[in-house]
Structures are given as C-alpha cells and as structure tokens.
Design a protein around this ligand. Structure first.
Ligand code: FAD
Length: 391
C-alpha cells in the first residue's frame, strides 16, 4: 500500500492530525492496534486548555465539546493549615478549562474522520518504521489475524504513545530526557457526581489526594500510594475512607460516594525525546514526550503537536515548502518543556518527599511556603493561572 502520510495510532494526536490532513485533501491512513469500541471508551484525561479548544474549533472538531463540555475555572487546596480556593478563570489570562472526557473527544474525532472519508485500519499493529532517512519510509504492520502489512509513505507520524512502534524505530543516539518523580498515584474513576465545584487538591501527611470532575455522573479521584502497590489491593471501602480522610471531609463536607469503575496505578514519570524528527518520521503526543498527569497537560500537548505537524505537512505536500517540517521539532519542544516545567512544579507542590526525616522536614516547610505564596500573593496566583490553563 502507499499513502502520503501514514499515521500510527488513533488517539487524540493521530485523529486530530488525520482530520486536518483529510480535510485538506491530503492522502493519509491511520493504523490503530485496538478495535473501535476500545478506542472510543478509554477513559483518561478530561481537562482541555482554551488553546486546545481553539485549535479544535479552527478545524471544525469542537461541536461535541461545545454541546457537552463544562467550563471550569476554580481549584481548591486543602491542607493542614486550612483550605483556600483559587478562581483561576478570573486570574492570569482569565481563561478556563473545558471539562470533556478524553474518550468523548476521541469518539467525536473518530466519527468526524470517518465522515470526512478518512481511513482507519483497526486491529493493525505497527511493528517498525523502516528507511525513515530514505525519503520513502515504510511501516511494517500486522493485522489482528497475524497477516503482515506494509505501507510506503512520504511521511510517517508516530502518534502511537509511549510504547509504540515509532519510539522503537528511532535511530541510536536519540536523546531521551527521563525523570522518575518517585511518586505513585492510584487513579480512580467513580460512578459518582463530583463532590466539589472545583478541582480539589488535598495535601496531607498520609499523601496527596485529588478530585477532578468529569461529568455530572463520573468523577476522577487520585490517591498517592506506595510505589509497587497493586491497584486491586485497595478495596472500595478503603479507597473512600482514605479519600475522605485526606480531603478532610469531616471539616469540609462528605464526598459523594459511588461505585469505583476503574482503578489503575500510575507512576509519575516524565520523558522528552529530542529531536522529534528523524528524516521522514515525526513524533507527536505521548510518543514525543510523556508528562506526569499532575498538571493535566498530556492530551493538550497531543492536540497542539498534531495541529502543528498538520500545518507543516500541508505546507510541504501542497505548497512544496518544507520549512515548517524543519522547524517542527524545535517548535514543539518549546511547548513541551514549558508544560514539563509547570507539571514538575505541581508535583513539588502536592507531594511530600521520600527519604530521611531531616530532608522531609525541610521539603515540607518549602512546600508549605509555596502554598502560602499561592494563597496570599496575587502575582503568584496570576502566574499559576496562566500556566495551569496554558499550553
Ligand atoms: P494515546 O492516547 O496513548 O493514543 C495512542 C494510540 O496508539 C492508542 O489508540 C493505541 O492503541 C495506539 N497504538 C499504540 N501502539 C500502537 C502500535 N504499535 N500500532 C498501532 N497503534 C498503536 N492529559 C491531560 O491533558 N489531562 C488530563 O487530565 C490527563 N489525565 C490523565 C489520566 C490518566 C490516568 C492517564 C493515563 C493519562 C492522562 N492524561 C491527561 C494524559 C493523556 O491521556 C495522554 O497524554 C494522551 O492520551 C496522549 O494522546 P496520544 O494520542 O499521544 O496517545
């Protein structure tokens, strides 16, 4: 088979890229390992930055999120020193998030892509990208029944996440900046209405707890846990009791309990690959860099990177101008590092250290001071708001 652009992966990155290319009449194919039902139902992110929403609007991809997404602009911090709220939608650039579950966004993007005449090969796992330096790269893939498949393309977009074929196909010498933050979260999805009208961040001596609305019936919670914890080892009762304790429900009101429908352990890690281009192979989204979920940036970076690559590919394939492709890596890395920096700052704000007692006391005092600045300093609040919703 041949195409102009072979896109690996039908997540937010691959489907935004595919939609824009097809809309501009550029031939492309999306190869996706999973089946459609799985692609449409994987619950992950939910907070879309205003820049992400504008990008989706510009490409006619925002109808669903405008219909069903909810504006969101407040977070609440709960600590041993009390609680405070930040109306971040009225601070900084005065912008708010749109809360829209990632699986709904992906489902909208897939529907739109198919309506636009886009082609997705589901159940097709990319195995390797060959000849990326040749100007005519080839993707070796395998269909669900084991049949091998080969696609020749002008360009390959690696949108297949952190464990995908694009990353495996990078030449030796690619730099991978990696950081394990040493913190682990139990990520939970509960069939329960949100308990707060804000994102809740609880800083507690037993560890961090977080609350993030998804829809009027579904809420995401996070509980910091020991590294190496098995997700199933936490019973539903223990989860809710621990959430109530760390979120200080006795002082600030009970949580609205419900069935826990997803529980998964997430080690907070970051990595960034550099460069994001290797000949005709480009990395986008989680394939380009993994960001810890502490600041809710991953899906937003995926959309931004995909739109940037789509413009660069259009310039090259339609107008014969390769300058956008040449600039792609540097342009995306600027956004990625800004998001990494804020995400790292958030990790320091929300978690206690592991290690010796003296170090813990020092770190805890710094963290308290950081929270005090956030509670009392208007310029710190503006800075927070700008980075929290920015991308
Ligand atoms: P993915 O969504 O991972 O899509 C990659 C696609 O490629 C998948 O469909 C996969 O099946 C397919 N694939 C993989 N390998 C192959 C292969 N070899 N061949 C073919 N197909 C392949 N981000 C936020 O912005 N806000 C949040 O609030 C947030 N919360 C999160 C909570 C959790 C628990 C997790 C896990 C993540 C969260 N994220 C959040 C991160 C966000 O979900 C990711 O950054 C985002 O999904 C990245 O999109 P992507 O398209 O790059 O990759």
């Amino acid at each position: 088979h041949t195409t102009d652009v072979a896109v690996l992966g039908a997540g937010p990155a691959g489907l935004v890229l595919g939609n824009i290319l097809v809309d501009r009449g550029i031939d492309c194919v999306v190869l996706e390992r999973a089946e459609p039902a799985q692609v449409r139902t994987r619950a992950r992110a939910g907070f879309l930055a205003p820049g992400t929403v504008r990008t989706l609007e510009r490409h006619g991809l925002a109808d669903g999120l405008h219909r069903r997404g909810q504006p969101h602009g407040v977070c609440e911090f709960r600590t041993g020193d009390g609680r405070f709220r930040l109306d971040y939608g009225g601070l900084g650039q005065r912008e708010r998030h749109t809360v829209y579950p990632q699986q709904d966004l992906v489902s909208d993007l897939l529907t739109r892509f198919l309506e636009r005449g886009g082609q997705v090969r589901f159940g097709t796992e990319a195995e390797a990208v060959h000849d990326a330096d040749s100007g005519r790269p080839e993707v070796a893939a395998r269909e669900a029944d084991g049949r091998p498949l080969r696609w020749r393309a002008r360009y390959v977009a690696g949108c297949d996440g952190r464990h995908g074929a694009a990353r495996r196909s990078l030449p030796a010498g690619t730099v991978r900046h990696h950081r394990d933050h040493g913190v682990t979260w139990l990520g939970l999805l509960a069939e329960a209405p949100p308990s707060l009208d804000a994102v809740g961040y609880a800083v507690h001596e037993r560890g961090f707890a977080g609350h993030m609305a998804r829809t009027s019936e579904i809420t995401r919670y996070y509980l910091q846990c020991e590294r190496g914890t098995r997700a199933e080892s936490w019973s539903e009762e223990r989860i809710w009791d621990e959430l109530e304790l760390r979120m200080r429900a006795r002082e600030y009101g009970p949580l609205r309990r419900g069935r826990v429908v997803q529980q998964a352990v997430v080690d907070l890690e970051s990595d960034v690959l550099e460069p994001l281009r290797h000949g005709a192979l480009f990395l986008v989204g989680d394939a380009a860099g993994l960001i810890s979920p502490s600041a809710a940036k991953g899906a937003n970076l995926a959309v931004l990177g995909a739109a940037t690559l789509a413009d660069a590919l259009t310039d090259d394939l339609v107008r014969g101008d390769p300058s956008g492709l040449d600039a792609y890596s540097a342009r995306c890395l600027t956004h990625i590092w800004r998001a990494q920096e804020f995400s790292h700052w958030m990790i320091g704000l929300l978690h206690g250290p592991s290690g010796a007692d003296g170090e813990s006391l020092f770190h805890n005092s710094l963290r308290r001071s950081r929270l005090t600045s956030l509670r009392t300093s208007r310029s710190q609040q503006d800075w927070f708001a700008e980075h929290y919703v920015g991308i």
